[in-house]
Structures are given as structure tokens and as C-alpha cells.
Design a binder for this molecule. Structure first.
Ligand code: CTP
Ligand SMILES: C[C@](O)(CO)[C@H](O)COP(=O)(O)O
Length: 227
């Protein structure tokens, strides 16, 4: 439990995996396989050795494969609600929230995140934006958005559980929706530390991402996470 030892208290990995995978179009996405292993199995395998427990939110009616070292709960209608339920299902002091849909998680990113959490109680993996950004207006170039200072946010995201639970409860009561958990915490006025992510941590979202995932798996599965 190398990573967990950096922090006092128990650490849990919370994996929202209850999505329907509409954009990918192959059924519940967490169960889609890349080179013989599901996205969920890959995410669980990356985190289990680094934390005290792994909790997974699944679509209603689906079960966790027996060989995965994790505990399952039923997820909610949105990613935010799935994470809220996961938070209420653990008593760990530190939580790492990681999309099942990001199957290639390098160990060094988890270690960097665990080291960063004590600073403010919240940290996320993210990458500086490297492409030119433009606003699209009716399918046409609507003007450049300066990319200086812009980061693309990934998971995992790490928090003191009490802080993230407070952020989720506030959002829930106010009917506020966000696309990630760090955004909910920052909304409370708490700074979120940005930790360098990794290009291989891309989210499998659309069919084209699956081809990329197969290519990464060929290298990843041969040489662990320093591929
Ligand atoms: N109600 C939901 C929706 C999403 N997720 C999870 O949140 C992560 C990121 O979501 P996304 O990539 O959008 O997955 P889906 O919701 O399955 O995709 P889509 O929007 O194409 O249906 C995924 O691991 C997904 O399983 C979840 O736990 N509960
Ligand atoms: C949480 C996330 O992966 C960070 O980039 C992202 O916001 C999830 O977005 P989605 O539209 O729910 O896939």
C-alpha cells in the first residue's frame, strides 16, 4: 500500500462505472473489453494495490465479476449521483475518484495525487491544453480561445472524503450539476491542486477511442505502466 502510506488514514478508490456508454454504443461501457480485459477490470487492477478498499458503482441489475477485488453498489442516474452514493458507502478519510472509462492509469500519477491531497484536501490529474482552441459557431470558426493557463481535467481526483461529501451535499441540495468532482469542491471556495496527468489516461468515450485503447493495450499489457 505504497501510496496510502503517504497519508494518515484509510484510503478508498471510488470508481463510477454505472454509465450506459451511449456514445460508444456497445452497452454498459465499463464492461466493454480491450484486448481481453474490461475497462472496469483495468481500472480496478491499477488502483487496488495502492488503496485500502475499492468501491465500484454499477448499473442496476449488473454484478461485479467475481475476480475483481472490489465492492459494488448501485449507481445513480448521473455520474455525480453515482459518486455521491459511493462517498456515502465508505468511511475512508481519503478518496480517489476514478472513471472506469479511463483504463490506463499509471501508478506514478496516483502517487503524485496522494502526495498533493494534504495541501488543500483536493487535487486532480490534468494536462495543459496543447491544441489551438476555437469557439464553434454553427460549424464555423467562431474565434480563438486563448489556451494559456487552460488544462484538460482527467481522473483520478483525490480528496479528503469529508470535504467532497460536503461539496456533493451542497450541490445536491441546490440542484447544481457539474461534470466532475473537483469542480464541486472548488465551488465551495477550496483550491484544487493540479497534478500532471498522462496522455494514456484518456477517457474511452466514442468508437474512435476504442481503436486507440487497443493500440495502448498492446504496449501497456507487455510492459506494465511505463509503456
Ligand atoms: N450515471 C452514471 C453515468 C456515468 N458514470 C460513470 O462515469 C464515468 C464517465 O462517464 P462517461 O464517460 O460519460 O460514461 P457514460 O455515461 O457511460 O457515457 P455516455 O455519456 O456516452 O452514455 C464512466 O466511468 C461512467 O461509467 C456513472 O458511474 N454513473
Ligand atoms: C470526470 C471527467 O472525466 C473529467 O474530465 C469528465 O468530466 C467526465 O465527463 P463525462 O461527459 O461524464 O464523460
Amino acid at each position: 500500500m505504497t501510496g496510502a502510506c503517504l497519508l494518515a488514514g484509510r484510503t478508498a478508490a471510488l470508481i463510477p462505472a454505472a454509465g450506459s456508454g451511449t456514445r460508444l454504443g456497445l452497452g454498459p461501457k465499463a464492461f466493454v473489453e480491450v484486448a481481453g480485459r474490461s475497462l472496469l477490470a483495468r481500472s480496478v487492477a491499477a488502483l487496488a494495490p495502492l488503496v485500502d478498499e475499492v468501491l465500484v458503482a454499477l448499473p442496476e441489475g449488473l454484478e461485479l465479476p467475481e475476480d475483481l477485488p472490489a465492492r459494488a453498489i448501485v449507481g445513480g442516474p448521473t455520474r455525480q449521483e453515482s459518486v455521491h452514493r459511493l462517498l456515502r458507502a465508505t468511511s475512508a478519510e481519503i478518496v480517489l475518484v476514478h472513471d472506469a472509462a479511463r483504463p490506463f492509469l499509471p501508478t506514478n500519477v496516483v502517487h503524485a495525487l496522494l502526495e498533493a491531497i494534504p495541501e488543500t484536501g483536493a487535487a486532480t490529474a490534468a494536462l495543459p491544453v496543447a491544441d489551438t482552441l476555437v469557439r464553434g459557431e454553427g460549424g464555423r470558426w467562431g474565434g480563438v480561445v486563448p489556451r494559456e493557463g487552460l488544462w484538460a481535467v482527467q481522473t483520478p481526483q483525490g480528496f479528503r472524503r469529508e470535504l467532497l461529501l460536503r461539496a456533493h451535499q451542497a450541490a445536491h441540495e441546490e440542484g447544481f450539476g457539474a461534470t466532475d468532482d473537483a469542480g464541486l469542491v472548488n465551488r465551495l471556495g477550496v483550491p484544487v491542486t493540479l497534478v500532471p496527468g498522462d496522455a494514456r489516461l484518456f477517457k474511452v468515450t466514442a468508437p474512435g477511442d476504442l481503436a486507440l485503447a487497443h493500440a495502448v493495450a498492446a504496449v501497456w499489457d507487455a510492459g506494465a505502466d511505463d509503456a
